[in-house]
Design a protein around this ligand. Structure first.
Ligand code: HEM
Length: 146
């Protein structure tokens, strides 16, 4: 179970980052160029929202089936926080990624409420790019991509 969920989580991460990079660059580019907001911009933003929420759910499942969770009872919170690898997997990575998905969700719902192309694209550009930076900041780069 753990290895299967981890494999899915690991490969789904490529999809999350790919669609988020496309959505961010598209919104920044069109916003800077004063371009119109089109149906495909809506589809990219919605697809990114759905894909990132699925990764969040897979991550939560992985968190609770991962043998790493035992480090909390073995080492205690202090012990986990002292060790950079455990702190990343058990605290920083989940927390920062949850915050990043919240940014995508806020950005999506705010852009839907906006009435002009410029304000819609700006919301996606700002919130999705912040989420992208947050994801990239807590990817376990020593093991991924593998
Ligand atoms: C939503 C964006 C997320 C992305 C892009 C992402 C990406 C990744 C990547 C690339 C890995 C390394 C996989 C490997 O070793 O090959 C990983 C591992 C992990 N992720 Fe995520 N993750 C995300 C969200 C989450 C969330 C929300 C949680 C938990 C609540 C989570 C829990 C974990 C755990 C526990 C591992 C380590 C598994 C292990 O080696 O035991 N992830 N994640």
């Amino acid at each position: 179970m753990y290895n299967t969920v981890k494999l899915i989580h690991s490969y789904w991460a490529y999809l999350v980052l790919a669609v988020l990079i496309i959505a961010s660059i598209n919104a920044i580019f069109k916003s800077l160029r004063g371009k119109e907001y089109e149906a495909k911009d809506f589809r990219i933003s919605l697809f990114t929202l759905i894909i990132s929420h699925i990764q969040l759910l897979i991550g939560l499942l992985l968190y609770f089936v991962s043998p790493r969770l035992e480090f909390f009872s073995e080492l205690g919170m202090g012990g986990v926080m002292k060790d950079a690898v455990n702190r990343l997997y058990l605290v920083e990575h989940p927390l920062i990624n949850i915050i990043a998905v919240v940014f995508i969700t806020i950005g999506y719902s705010k852009h839907k409420k906006k009435l002009t192309s410029q304000s819609k694209l700006k919301m996606i550009a700002i919130f999705y790019t912040i989420a992208l930076v947050l994801f990239l900041s807590r990817i376990p780069w020593d093991v991924w991509p593998n």
